[in-house]
Ligand binder design. Structure first.
Ligand code: PMP
Ligand code: GLN
Length: 380
């Protein structure tokens, strides 16, 4: 049959996790924690199921959860989205991204994405009949090149997608980036999709520049987050989108026929958790910073060179002192021969920078897991 996604194969995350399993490698590839979900959250989930909260939730999400999301957003970013009109609970950030793109991108519309970018963006654009226009981030700092982004804007540009803290690099938008972004979008009809799934994982006292802080940006934006990252439960697949009423209405038209609604017991559990333990997300940065610092110190005892990690739970390392293989081959070799799974960067790029020797390691792991990986990496 004529396929709609001819360039798409199996995602690199699935490929590397499978390879890790086959070869008994320590899996620092696919991004997921290997430690427990907060006890209260598990208890609340079980209780919700016992109490019979097992049927369809309202299409837009349980009111108590939308309320909790609005409360949390106001506490964090000084802006309270309208609980009914502007907050939609979805089945993971992936669903929100897909819904938003399907809702606004028309055949022939251009969508600017900043490479390297998360792998689900482009297929969603393709399925909508849009055209992904790739603009490279700085290959060393992963900062946006605003002149290049401006040069990529055409009358067909419909949407700009951003991601801070960034997967795979951990780079974060600065206050100046927000100024540049605001100037770029002013007086255009371009929508913004801000992927903020790592919003609470920021380090060294930095401030997460959520688009929700800025009225001029948020009036044209879909802001997407994921409880999977914040509550160590990537397998629960619950996220949300905050957008102005008119944009939320469009997103909901897709959401209601895509999934209709999201796992009800988890929604009840997150509502309780957000209100009862705000310190969980307030201290998440410190929790991960300790892991980051320890892991980086250990990496200095290997021939891998760690790049800076301002946010998120991924560490990029330069392996050029170890190998001349390209990144995909290097990750395969590292997994099969050396027993540590990593993620290559080239699948995040339309055109990977020539000669780049970087791979991504996930440090959302117990100390024992990271120690076992380091012992193997020291032998490189
Ligand atoms: N965006 C980014 C940048 C991500 O890293 C992820 C998770 N890997 C997602 C979106 C998807 O999140 P979810 O699992 O909630 O769908
Ligand atoms: N977001 C995760 C990562 O970047 C992977 C999610 C997935 O496997 N699709 O590793």
């Amino acid at each position: 049959p004529e396929t709609k996604l001819p360039k798409v194969g199996t995602t690199i995350f699935t490929v590397m996790s499978q390879l890790a399993m086959e070869h008994g490698a320590v899996n620092l590839g696919q991004g997921f924690p290997d430690f427990d979900v907060p006890a209260r959250l598990v208890e609340a989930l079980a209780r919700a199921m016992r109490e019979g909260k097992n049927q369809y939730a309202p299409m837009t999400g349980l009111p108590v959860l939308r309320q909790a999301i609005a409360d949390k957003t106001e506490r964090c970013y000084g802006y309270r989205p309208h609980v009914d009109a502007e907050v939609t609970v979805v089945s993971g950030a992936s669903e929100a991204i897909f819904d938003a793109i399907a809702a606004v991108v028309r055949a022939g519309d251009e969508v600017i994405v900043l490479d390297p970018c998360y792998d689900c963006y482009e297929p969603a654009i393709d399925l909508a009949g849009g055209v992904a226009v790739h603009v490279a981030l700085d290959p060393v700092t992963f900062a946006p090149d605003w002149a290049a982004i401006r040069a990529a804007v055409t009358p067909k540009t419909r949407l700009l997608m951003i991601n801070s803290p960034h997967n795979p690099s951990g780079a974060m938008f600065s206050a100046d980036d927000i100024v540049q972004l605001t100037a770029l979008l002013r007086d255009t009809g371009i929508y913004l999709l801000s992927d903020e799934v790592y919003e609470h994982i920021v380090f060294d006292g930095a401030r997460h520049e959520s688009v929700l802080r800025y009225p001029e940006l948020r009036e044209r934006a879909f802001v997407v987050s994921s409880f999977g990252k914040t509550y160590h439960c990537t397998g629960w697949k619950v996220g949300y989108c905050i957008a102005p009423a008119a944009l939320s209405a469009e997103l909901r038209k897709v959401h209601q026929y895509n999934t209709f609604c999201t796992f009800t017991p988890a929604q009840a559990a997150f509502a309780e958790m957000i209100e009862a333990e705000p310190e969980h997300y307030e201290t998440l940065g410190a929790f991960y910073q300790e892991k980051r610092d320890r892991f980086r110190e250990q990496l200095l005892t290997t021939r891998l060179k760690p790049l800076p990690v301002p946010g998120g739970y991924f560490q990029l390392v330069d392996y050029s002192a170890v190998s001349d293989l390209d990144d995909v081959e290097f990750c395969r070799w590292l997994t099969v021969e050396k027993g540590v799974a990593a993620i290559p960067l080239s699948p995040f790029h339309a055109a990977p920078p020539k000669g780049q020797r970087l791979v991504r390691l996930c440090f959302a792991k117990n100390e024992g897991t990271l120690d076992a990986a380091i012992a193997r990496l020291q032998a490189l």
